[in-house]
Ligand binder design. Structure first.
Ligand SMILES: Cc1ncc(C[n+]2csc(CCOP(=O)(O)OP(=O)(O)O)c2C)c(N)n1
Ligand code: SF4
Length: 261
């Protein structure tokens, strides 16, 4: 008699087009529906798994909405307070040079309170990867202006829109870091379409591979949505990002000294 159970399993596997990344824990995420963080977490988990780096990976988590990232991906983590993630990553990488060491930081964490740490880690050329989520706002603390907030953009602290005379200009972190000698790979990606999700994953994987192989500092900016902070539906936020954020922060590689390695 045919083993119908075996047949059903085989048929299910043949039809499988999508499954939860192996390293992504089966935990409900705390993010608002539509937030980019969840998508990028998935890419981080897949990239580590595909590199076979599960036992090598050490992630450094930020303050901000992604502070609980350590609850979602099954690797080793260190939680760093207020912008200090690149300094903690520097220490981890120098103590464990064969590891994949990366930070995951928002624009408030990296480009405001942690500007010095990011710039000096980059200038030292520490062999770490930085994943930078630029959603142009402080999501966790209630939607205040971030250094990357666009001119004219309304936030809790710029209710009339960001004014250059009063608030300065959007801080183009990737452009600044790409000028530094210790930085070997700088790219700006987004997760607004399936094609861009695939490109973002490729960039994250390359940055992680650079860290494992000690090829200098890699910086992957992901231009992202914060639909709650922007007070939009997820779909409207995606459109708004495409029209406004991608114009101010064009996607693509800004620097690549590591080639196709
Ligand atoms: C009043 C106040 N100022 C500063 C902080 C420190 N802080 C914690 S989260 C955060 C903003 C994080 O924003 P971002 O890094 O852009 O991450 P997001 O939440 O948007 O992902 C800040 C400034 C705080 N908790 N409260
Ligand atoms: S507040 Fe913004 S960044 Fe935070 S989880 Fe919600 S959508 Fe995401």
């Amino acid at each position: 008699m045919a083993d119908t159970t075996q047949f059903e399993v085989a048929e299910t596997e043949a039809n499988l087009v999508y499954s939860r990344p192996r390293l992504l824990l089966d935990t409900t995420m705390h993010y608002c529906p539509g937030c980019s963080h969840g998508t990028v977490h998935k890419l981080v988990a897949e990239a580590i798994d595909e590199l076979g780096a599960e036992d090598k990976a050490i992630g450094i988590t930020p303050v901000g909405c992604a502070a609980f990232l350590y609850n979602y991906i099954d690797i080793d983590w260190v939680q760093a307070s207020h912008g200090r993630a690149p300094s903690v990553a520097t220490a981890m990488k120098r103590l464990c040079p064969d590891k994949l060491v990366f930070t995951y930081q928002g624009d408030g964490d990296l480009a405001a309170i942690g500007t010095a740490e990011a710039i000096h880690a980059a200038n030292r050329g520490d062999n770490i990867a930085i994943i930078f989520i630029n959603n142009a706002i402080y999501g966790m603390t209630g939607g205040q202006m971030a250094p990357t907030t666009l001119l004219g953009m309304k936030t809790a602290t710029t209710p009339q829109g960001r004014d250059a005379d009063l608030n300065g200009y959007p801080f183009k972190v990737a452009n600044v870091l790409s000028l530094l000698d210790g930085v070997t790979y700088v790219t700006r990606q987004s997760v607004n379409t399936p094609a861009n999700v695939r490109k973002a994953k490729k960039a994250i994987k390359k940055a992680f591979d650079n860290s494992i192989n000690n090829r200098g500092l890699s910086f992957v900016e992901i231009v992202a949505t914060c639909n709650s902070g922007w007070k939009m539906s997820p779909i409207a936020a995606n459109h708004w990002m495409e029209e406004n954020m991608h114009a101010a922060y064009p996607l693509g590689d800004l620097k690549d000294l590591t080639g196709d390695k």
